[in-house]
Design a protein around this ligand. Structure first.
Ligand code: BDR
Ligand code: CA
Length: 313
């Protein structure tokens, strides 16, 4: 299998942090070119800082981190401190990062990198609102056909919504951006709540992180313990869903996941269902397929992979 060049676009977030760690721990599968931060779970000043904290935790202060959009294209920013805490990365206290933030704007970094590298050799992994990706596509439409694939966390069909009855958080925060990305024609893999709600960090799986006996293992265990309270209270689930690492795990071993190539449209007009991913799972329309919409995963295989990889850090 060839090594994929990737850019992670993110709003850390504990589960975003685990996704970044998984990528950094898997150089034989993914080459992390850079991290672009976006406003989402918490404001931009915190997400770019958290991205740098995570890189330093992994001993990778050489990773380039860029700050991007501080607000969605049209709407006022909605954040998720109720899930991730005041800092976005609540749990054990972390030192302020020493590594620098890059000067270039994240949107320009995405554009320049896609133009500089050979066409179809870069995969984008957005695991927050899609603002940066959409702004890059708007500013430089020529880059869309240069993208190898977009493997994103967002949306839901059977699970419907987590931030409203109809919408998943990442899509809800910036539906106009999501619409641009879903209509772009770039190949899409969509990890929605239907699959990520099955990636549950149960007590036994969290213990496996702790059993690594490393700083990273302890931190991942503490983070998942912190944000599991939200899903336990709301869904009665057995632990925190590790939404965002599903994207990186897919790049490492797509056989862990199953889904359907279908049409997915984004609701932008309705107040009631804003940000809904209208997924034609049952193929009841003749709208053309634009996404591989993932519905299930081998959860034990996913956690085995995650534990094996994180233990390397
Ligand atoms: C998504 O929203 C955020 O809270 C998580 O980091 C994840 O990307 C799940 O709806
Ligand atoms: Ca996220």
């Amino acid at each position: 299998m060839t090594i994929r060049n990737i850019i992670i676009d993110t709003d850390p977030g504990q589960d975003d942090a685990v996704a970044i760690l998984l990528a950094l721990a898997s150089p034989e599968n993914v080459n992390l070119l850079g991290i672009t931060a976006v406003a989402g779970n918490v404001p931009l000043a915190l997400t770019e800082k958290n991205a740098r904290i995570v890189c330093e935790l992994a001993g990778r202060s050489d990773v380039k981190v860029f700050a991007g959009a501080d607000a969605p294209i049209k709407h006022t920013l909605v954040t998720a401190e109720h899930v991730h805490g005041k800092t976005g990365l609540d749990g054990p206290k972390m030192d302020a990062p020493k590594m620098p933030l890059q000067d270039q704007h994240a949107v320009d970094y995405i554009i320049d990198t896609l133009r500089a590298e050979p066409a179809k050799t870069i995969t984008l992994c957005p695991i927050g609102p899609l603002t940066n990706i959409a702004l890059a596509f708007q500013k430089a439409p020529d880059i869309v056909e240069r993208v190898q694939e977009i493997v994103l966390m967002g949306g839901a069909y059977f699970q419907v919504g987590n931030i409203t009855p109809a919408a998943e958080f990442n899509i809800y925060v910036d539906p106009e951006a999501a619409e641009i990305v879903f209509k772009s024609g770039a190949p899409l893999v969509v990890m929605g709540l239907d699959v990520t709600h099955k990636a549950l960090a149960t007590a036994a799986r969290v213990q496996a992180f702790r059993d690594m006996g490393t700083k990273v293992g302890d931190m991942v265990a503490a983070w998942t313990n912190f944000f599991e309270r939200f899903d336990k209270e709301k869904y009665g689930s057995e632990g925190a869903p590790l939404h965002d690492p599903c994207t990186i795990a897919y790049l490492i071993n797509p056989n862990l996941f199953t889904g359907r190539q279908i049409n997915v449209e984004i609701e932008t007009q309705s107040e009631l269902t804003r940000g809904m991913t209208v997924a034609d799972w049952w193929r009841v329309t003749d709208r053309p397929a634009n996404a591989f919409f993932v519905g299930d995963l081998d959860a034990d295989g996913f956690f085995a992979l995650l534990t094996e990889r994180l233990a390397r850090l």
